[in-house]
Design a protein around this ligand. Structure first.
Ligand code: EPZ
Length: 430
């Protein structure tokens, strides 16, 4: 259990290269289970969620080979439909995509209930279950496992999602890829990683149309073939470095991005007083003075992403005036606020609304990363704060940010990763 030590109050300058999108690749890796051939996947981020997923597939009999640090080859032809390894499955949320793909290939899945970031609220999977049932599967949840079965095979159907859910959209798309006939997902989520999963599946021979709109049509195919696919850049990782510049000041070129995917973030940063220059596959973010307050509501794509909310709040702690933030996706995603308060932030939370009153400076403190994006917010606050910040619980951060320490060091930040002796560790439950 290591931690980050940050000596803050330094502006960021230079260039940073964004890795592949974690939330795309965690669906693409399980999708390879349905492929009758070798998948070569490029631009894969080496983050712990991805490493765990590759391990799960290997334990189930897949052949996984790293060709270079960002390219893996996966061949699931020799896989058995084993019970998924429970200890590994509990370590990540995206393990639920195995239900869709195992149902697709074997018409049967036994998958330990997903773990993953805990925002302090419920993370239901009822919409996933509704979709599988519409395709003809019977689904039950007992003893911490999801059991799904369709002995006659899956049949295409109309699935109307009651809530716009990224996970349910992807999972139903996965299950429907090799079902008999056509599936239509209505009220689908539109995030870039949904389009990326559809593009991957189509590249392997699937027939999916409309991904990126709220109606997705999937004509089932009998088989998927191998091929090469490059994962899109991580929109949230890019946004995190952009938010860091807003907090510290400076000017950074963020490379390997799709600027269109960042528009929902860029618009808000410009309101805060940033200058954002869009290039072909990069954006340059420069913080102008002063840092303005904004009002913000998180929404499904193309709205402002909930996965950027904590990072932007960290920057808004230093804005002139009072910002009003409304969390429109998750019930409770403000657990990190208490940690920011330890650094001098003035934030009041009432249900889904946070009132952030800007302060002239934050001060370094010992803080805890309570989930992935909350952890990123702690790092951003630490980079801007006067004095030293110690961020504990960094395993959360490393689930989704590849080489974050090295990347920030490259921008001039004074951040190091240190190993904490057993006796000095902070208690986790605070
Ligand atoms: C994905 O989670 C991401 N995770 C999350 O990112 C992200 O916060 C979220 O989408 C929203 O963008 C992955 O892609 C692995 P949802 P997911 O289903 O799919 C409700 C990060 O930091 N809901 O879109 O689990 C749910 O309660 C992570 O990278 C149901 O009611 O989220 C929530 O209010 C954390 N029933 C809303 O929908 C369901 O069956 C959106 O959740 C499913 C969801």
């Amino acid at each position: 259990m290591d931690k980050f030590i940050i000596n803050g109050n330094k502006t960021l300058h230079g260039e940073v290269t964004v890795s592949g999108a974690k939330n795309a690749v965690v669906a693409i890796i399980p999708a390879t289970i349905m492929v009758n051939g070798v998948c070569r996947i490029e631009n894969v981020p080496r983050v712990s969620d991805v490493i765990i997923q590759l391990e799960i597939l290997q334990q189930m009999g897949a052949r996984v080979r790293s060709l270079n640090p960002t390219t893996v080859e996966i061949d699931c032809r020799g896989m058995r439909n084993a019970r998924t390894p429970e200890d590994l499955m509990r370590k990540l949320r995206a393990s639920y995509y195995l239900i869709g793909t195992l149902l697709g290939r074997y018409h049967k899945a036994e998958v330990a209930m997903p773990g993953g970031c805990n925002f302090g609220g419920v993370r239901p999977i009822d919409q996933h279950v509704k979709g599988f049932e519409a395709l003809g599967a019977t689904v039950s949840i007992k003893n911490g496992y999801v059991y799904a079965e369709a002995p006659q095979g899956l049949r295409g159907a109309n699935v109307y999602l009651d809530v716009v859910s990224v996970g349910a959209t992807m999972n139903v798309m996965l299950a429907a890829t090799m079902a008999q006939g056509q599936t239509v997902i209505e009220n689908a989520a539109k995030e870039p990683h949904i389009v990326d999963l559809a593009n991957f599946l189509n590249a392997m021979g699937a027939d999916i149309m409309g991904a990126g709109t709220d109606v997705i049509k999937i004509r089932g195919v009998e088989t998927l073939h191998g091929g090469t696919y490059s994962v899109i850049p991580d929109q949230i990782e890019a946004g995190t470095y952009m938010a860091a510049v807003m907090a510290t000041g400076g000017s950074v070129l963020v490379r390997n991005v799709i600027p269109k995917h960042l528009e929902c973030i860029t618009a808000k940063l410009e309101e805060m007083g940033a200058q954002v220059e869009e290039l072909d596959d990069a954006v340059r973010v420069t913080r102008l003075e002063p840092l303005n307050k904004i009002n913000l509501k998180t929404l499904p794509y193309p709205g402002f992403p909930t996965d950027m909310q904590p990072q932007l709040v960290a920057a808004l702690c230093l804005a002139q005036g009072t910002s009003v933030i409304t969390e429109g996706v998750w019930d409770n995603r403000y657990r990190y606020v208490e940690e920011l308060r330890r650094m001098g932030a003035r934030i009041q939370v009432d249900g889904k609304v946070a009132i952030v009153e800007g302060v002239p400076e934050l001060t370094g403190a010992k803080v805890q990363a309570c989930d992935l994006r909350a952890g990123a917010a702690m790092v951003i606050a630490g980079l801007a704060a006067h004095g030293t910040t110690e961020v504990d619980g960094i395993a959360y951060i490393e689930r989704g940010y590849e080489n974050i320490v090295e990347k920030l060091q490259g921008l001039g930040a004074d951040i190091t990763r240190v190993t904490v002796p057993e006796e000095d560790r902070m208690p986790m439950a605070r």
